[in-house]
Structure formats: structure tokens, C-alpha cells
Design a protein. Structure first.
Length: 178
């Protein structure tokens, strides 16, 4: 005699499969958001390093933002037979931050949008720089406040509101005089 599945066995199987799916689907869905956050943290680390170097160095630095990469460039004097020429080159001591899952949606300086691609912004002039990344559940903003040495990552909203209102507590600068 052949044995078939009972209704109870089928219900138990469906409940078990439902539990497994209920536990794994949200984790898989949030992986893209975590990868975007990892890209944003890489950009924040690069901006923090560049801000520190711009504050103690005498060499001008700028940030070049492409759709899939953020890099720091420095100005160098190139000597040639016809004369000296200042050129911008990628800084070999600061590796570019590659964006694996995110893409750059927009760039803001002091709360105002920067036109053009690639976006190029000079550092060291007490300017606020904000790079908005897209690719996860919502936008992720990487912000370097004017005069700050550390960039912060904010998910879901821009940190610098035009015309430049700053929340010192949100930026980890609670002890900074205002």
C-alpha cells in the first residue's frame, strides 16, 4: 500500500518553509543597503584623510567625484623646457574610494549643488562638502563640515541644509564653540 502525505504534514512543511523565508528574505534584501553603507564609509574615510592632510599641508588638494569613484588630487609643479606648469594629479598616498553598489547622485558645496560631471571641489577653504550616494533603500549622504577633520555618513537625509545650518551634536562636534 502506497502512503501519501497527510494534511498535517503538508501544513507543517509549509509553516517551516514560511519561517525560513521570513528569516532569510529581509537579510538578503538589506545586503544591498549594507553595501551602499560600506561604500559611503569608504568615501567618508577618504574625505577625513584628505581634510586632515589639507589642514596640515601646504599643498592644495581637491576631491574629484566621478559616478563610480571618489579620489583626491594634489597640485604639482611640472617642469618642462618651455616653463613651469601647475597640474593636478591623483595623490598616490590616498587610494581612490571605488563605489561598488552605490552611485553618486549629486554633490553639494556649502549646501549648494555643484554642476557638471565629474564634480571637482577644492579643499582647505573652510567649505562644507556633501556627496549624496544612491543605490540602496534611500539616499546616503557623506558630509564633511566646514573646518571639520572627520566626515560623517547620514542615511536618508542631507546633513547640510541650504543656506548652511549646522547641527554640531549630530556631527560629533558637541564641544565645538558656536
Amino acid at each position: 500500500m502506497e502512503r501519501a502525505f497527510t494534511l498535517v504534514e503538508l501544513l507543517v512543511t509549509i509553516v517551516i518553509v514560511g519561517l525560513i523565508l521570513g528569516l532569510t528574505v529581509p537579510r538578503v534584501a538589506s545586503l544591498s543597503g549594507r553595501r551602499v553603507a560600506a561604500d559611503a564609509q569608504g568615501v567618508a574615510d577618504l574625505l577625513s584623510l584628505a581634510a586632515g592632510r589639507a589642514s596640515i599641508g601646504s599643498q592644495p588638494l581637491r576631491v574629484r567625484v566621478d559616478a563610480d569613484r571618489v579620489q583626491v588630487e594634489r597640485r604639482e609643479l611640472e617642469r618642462s623646457g618651455s616653463g613651469d606648469l601647475w597640474v593636478w594629479r591623483r595623490d598616490p598616498f590616498m587610494p581612490a574610494a571605488s563605489l561598488e553598489r552605490a552611485s553618486v547622485a549629486s554633490v553639494f558645496v556649502d549646501g549648494r549643488a555643484v554642476d557638471g560631471r565629474p564634480w571637482v571641489v577644492e579643499l582647505g577653504e573652510r567649505r562644507g562638502l556633501e556627496i549624496v550616494l544612491d543605490g540602496g533603500d534611500g539616499p546616503v549622504s557623506v558630509t564633511l563640515m566646514p573646518g571639520a577633520l572627520r566626515a560623517v555618513v547620514v542615511e536618508g537625509a542631507r546633513l547640510i541644509d541650504p543656506p548652511g545650518r549646522i547641527d554640531l551634536d549630530a556631527n560629533g562636534m558637541e564641544s565645538t564653540a558656536w
